[in-house]
Design a protein around this ligand. Structure first.
Ligand SMILES: NC(=O)c1ccc[n+]([C@@H]2O[C@H](COP(=O)([O-])OP(=O)(O)OC[C@H]3O[C@@H](n4cnc5c(N)ncnc54)[C@H](O)[C@@H]3O)[C@@H](O)[C@H]2O)c1
Length: 343
């Protein structure tokens, strides 16, 4: 990995990842990191102020579905690695506007795969001789939501059948299947990572944790779906970034890796914790009608990435949530900017 194309690098995880990678690797290891991002409501170049002066970093505003643009970038920069974050990522929005999710998440992924396949000159016969190119890699950033929902027990392994329940997770599962098909059919050297819920700095305040912090700071009601007992397996975004770097360095071609922090928490538990830390009243909690198709519980079995690649999370939830709350307290202008109507 020397010349990276990162898609969706102005979003929450992508921007944390770009900072992580440019800090971690020296010039000789990463010579170029190109960020292709459409700058939708969820993308914000403010997130990348810290790396703007790094000569390895380049940005272009563009759509991952734009084949001509993606092809031009491949010809000009000769990427050897694609880390594909760009997506419409909010389940609630996917219920209102599913088509946008299908376009960005499915067609966008296929566009990148197709251009990479052509540029890397992949020969379908490689698949049969098992001679994959080890100098190029396509990494699909996916989600545990593709596995559907769990009851009170059990965890998702990489072999859990796909059973997505929302237009968002269905579009991500479809993209994962396309990635698999390019591996199977054209011998594309791929990996797929499926991570649990992330939290940390630069997350748009529509997702649970930043929304609750944002509303609590303004003494606004904190809307909780249903009984608030939906369980998610929370991972700090820095731990997600280190897991992705580990897969890029050591991941076996064609493999899927689940990423999670063994950190299950009910939504209501998290909301109470945030209120406690901000010294706000629980009276702000307002229960609202549950989201249709709302998955009850997610839990990741991370054994494969831990035992085979040696990755492990470093953040405790206690430290992670404290730092995250502090980040939102310290960055009111960021929040104001991304939530302003003309942004
Ligand atoms: N947030 C989580 O908890 C989580 C967990 C697991 C996996 N994921 C996956 O990680 C990836 C990143 O998630 P996130 O939370 O950072 O999302 P985000 O919504 O914060 O960021 C998405 C980024 O993609 C860009 N984008 C959207 N459509 C685009 C297009 N057509 N062309 C180019 N860029 C486009 C946006 O401008 C934005 O910068 C997604 O693929 C998501 O499915 C997220």
């Amino acid at each position: 990995m020397r010349k990276l194309l990162v898609t969706g690098g102005a979003g929450f995880i992508g921007s944390n990842f770009i900072q992580y990678i440019l800090n971690r690797y020296k010039q000789k290891d990463i010579t170029l990191l190109f960020n292709l991002d459409l700058l939708t409501y969820a993308g914000n170049l403010e997130n990348l102020k810290a790396v703007e002066k790094d000569t390895r970093y380049h940005f272009v505003r563009g759509n991952v579905c734009d084949k001509i643009l993606v092809r031009r970038l491949f010809v000009e920069y000769d990427f050897d690695t694609v880390v594909h974050f760009a997506a419409e990522s909010h389940v609630d929005r996917s219920i209102i506007e599913p088509e946008l999710f299908l376009n960005t998440n499915i067609i966008g992924t296929q566009t990148l795969l197709e251009v990479a396949k052509q540029h890397w000159n992949l020969d379908p016969n490689n698949k049969y001789s098992r001679q994959y190119r080890s100098d190029v890699r396509f990494l699909q950033i996916s989600t545990d939501e593709v596995y559907g929902a769990l009851d009170k027990t059990g965890t998702f392994t990489e072999n859990t059948p796909l059973a997505p329940n929302s237009p968002y997770s269905a579009s991500k599962a479809s993209a994962d299947l396309l990635v698999r098909s390019y591996y199977q059919t054209y011998g594309m050297p791929v990996n797929i990572t499926r991570c649990s819920n992330n939290y940390g700095p630069y997350q748009f305040p529509e997702k649970l944790i930043p929304l609750m912090i944002y509303n609590a700071l303004q003494d606004k009601p904190l809307p909780i779906y249903g009984d608030g007992m939906q369980i998610r397996d929370w991972l700090h975004v820095q731990d997600h970034c280190s897991a992705i770097a580990t897969v890029l360095e050591k991941g076996k071609i064609g493999e899927i890796y689940n990423i999670g922090g063994n950190n299950e928490k009910a939504n209501i538990e998290i909301v109470r914790l945030i209120l406690q830390q901000l010294e706000k009243s629980e009276d702000l909690i307002t229960y609202i009608k549950d989201r249709p198709g709302h998955d009850r519980r997610y839990a990741i079995d991370n054994t494969k990435i831990v035992t085979e690649l040696g990755w492990k999370p470093t953040y405790t939830f206690k430290r992670g949530i404290q730092e995250t709350i502090q980040w939102y307290l310290d960055n009111p202008n960021w929040v104001k900017q991304v939530t302003s109507e003309d942004y």
